[in-house]
Design a protein around this ligand. Structure first.
Ligand code: NDP
Ligand code: MG
Length: 383
């Protein structure tokens, strides 16, 4: 059970909900980090009194130093300081809730410090899953997923001592706001439409990933690394209600699922308390009042990012880092209203076609592949 946490990305959707859970469970907070949301960090520091606060934006860090002059919290600026926050000796658990590949090095720093990693930042596992999982195995650091699907699987696997008993993982997917549309209809959708997720309130990047279904593709890769299973054992089904959070089929035909209302505080709380369970003040799921549960096949023609991610997973090596880096850059452009919905797919596909998949990459090679993918997307966009 967690006693003291550090949160990387405390001002985001997951970060703020983690602080709700921390307050409710009475956890101590050692470090908080954000990029530039200086006012909110000031408020969080005054409430939770961490020893360290990091702003990765240097100007925001300078502002925070002035704002917190009357407190005992130390303030650092810059991306490298995330690693210091991740390795704070007093924290036993590090919640990785930054968005994007920027989470990779701090996650490795937390692993080096033998922390429990409550991992929300899926991009890290997508890009460098083998390196991260091997490092965790070597150091004895425990990685507990926060992503709701992976937490569901983690919960279903409690008590499963032999991974060969797993036949397949079934990830559920809400289908996003454009579910049921034709390609022509989806192609007309803008950033404003993409940001209306039917069931979850999340940060903008993951919300767009949910609209393209890239999020589910990234989650397939995340699951392959967390549970060390091949692509052939990770399936996706559309489940519009987001009540069944994912399932595991075992070799005897038993299928276990975890159900609950769509509330990220449940997987966050479990990542703090597992293998025990904590009290949850929220309304529990009422089976008699919830809508009928439905399951359908994803439409990979209307949502080609899912198939693209599966292709990257099959290719392996640096292909997933290229997929992720290109997608991060394309989503950034989409959120600036500079490209259309299907450009996210086209630009990511171009980067994947242009770059080789380096086998068994080093961390350096992964960072290079990520950079090269981003450059291809920005060059193609300007062309
Ligand atoms: P948000 O956009 O809401 O929050 C992102 C956090 O990261 C903020 O604290 C932000 O600080 C910080 N941040 C942004 N850019 C940088 C940067 N360049 N360097 C350092 N920190 C940065 O994201 P979410 O909370 O929605 O998602 C966080 C992660 O969790 C993602 O990887 C996402 O895929 C995953 N996840 C999220 C779920 C959700 O329900 N939201 C569900 C499952 C997974 P600032 O506020 O200053 O910009
Ligand atoms: Mg998820």
């Amino acid at each position: 059970m967690t006693n003291t946490i550090s949160i990387l990305g405390s001002t985001g959707s997951i970060g703020r909900q983690t602080l709700d859970v921390a307050e409710q469970l009475g956890l101590n907070v050692a470090a908080l980090t954000a990029h530039s949301s200086v006012e909110l960090v000031e408020e969080q520091v005054r409430k939770f009194r961490p020893r360290l606060a990091v702003m990765t934006d240097e100007a925001a860090a300078r502002d925070l130093v002035v704002r917190l002059a009357d407190t005992e919290t130390k303030v650092l600026g810059g991306t490298a300081a995330l690693e210091e926050a991740a390795a704070m000796p007093e924290a036993d658990t590090v919640v990785t809730a930054v968005v994007g590949m920027v989470g990779l090095k701090p996650t490795l720093a937390a692993i080096g410090g033998k922390k429990r990693i409550a991992l929300a930042n899926k991009e890290t596992l997508v890009c460098a899953g083998e390196i991260v999982m091997d490092a965790a195995e070597r150091s004895g650091a425990e990685i507990v997923p926060v992503d709701s699907e992976h937490s569901a699987i983690f919960q279903c696997l409690q008590g499963c001592g032999d991974r060969r008993e797993i036949k397949r993982l079934i990830l559920t997917c809400s289908g996003g706001p454009f579910f049921g549309m034709s390609r022509a209809e989806a192609g007309r959708m803008t950033k404003k439409d993409a940001l209306k997720h039917p069931n979850w309130k999340m940060g903008p990047k993951i919300t767009v990933d949910c609209a393209t279904l890239m999020n589910k593709g990234l989650e397939v890769i995340e699951a392959m690394h967390l549970y060390r299973l091949p692509l052939s054992q990770v399936d996706v089904v559309i489940h519009r209600q987001s009540i069944v959070h994912s399932l595991v089929e075992f070799r005897d035909g038993a299928v276990l699922a975890q159900l609950g209302t769509p509330d990220m505080r449940l997987p966050i709380r479990y990542a703090m308390t597992c293998p025990e369970r904590g009290e949850n003040p929220a309304e529990p799921l009422d089976l008699l009042r919830c809508p009928p549960l439905t399951f359908t096949e994803p439409d990979r023609a209307v949502f080609p990012c899912l198939a693209l991610a599966e292709a990257a997973a099959a290719r392996g090596g640096t292909a997933c880092a290229v997929l992720n880096g290109a997608n991060e850059e394309a989503v950034r452009l989409f959120l600036l209203d500079r490209i259309g919905f299907y450009d996210i797919f086209h630009l990511t596909e171009k980067a994947m076609a242009a770059l080789p998949a380096v086998e068994n990459p080093t961390l350096e090679e992964i960072l290079e592949a990520d950079q090269a993918a981003r450059e291809i997307v920005s060059k193609e966009y300007l062309a």
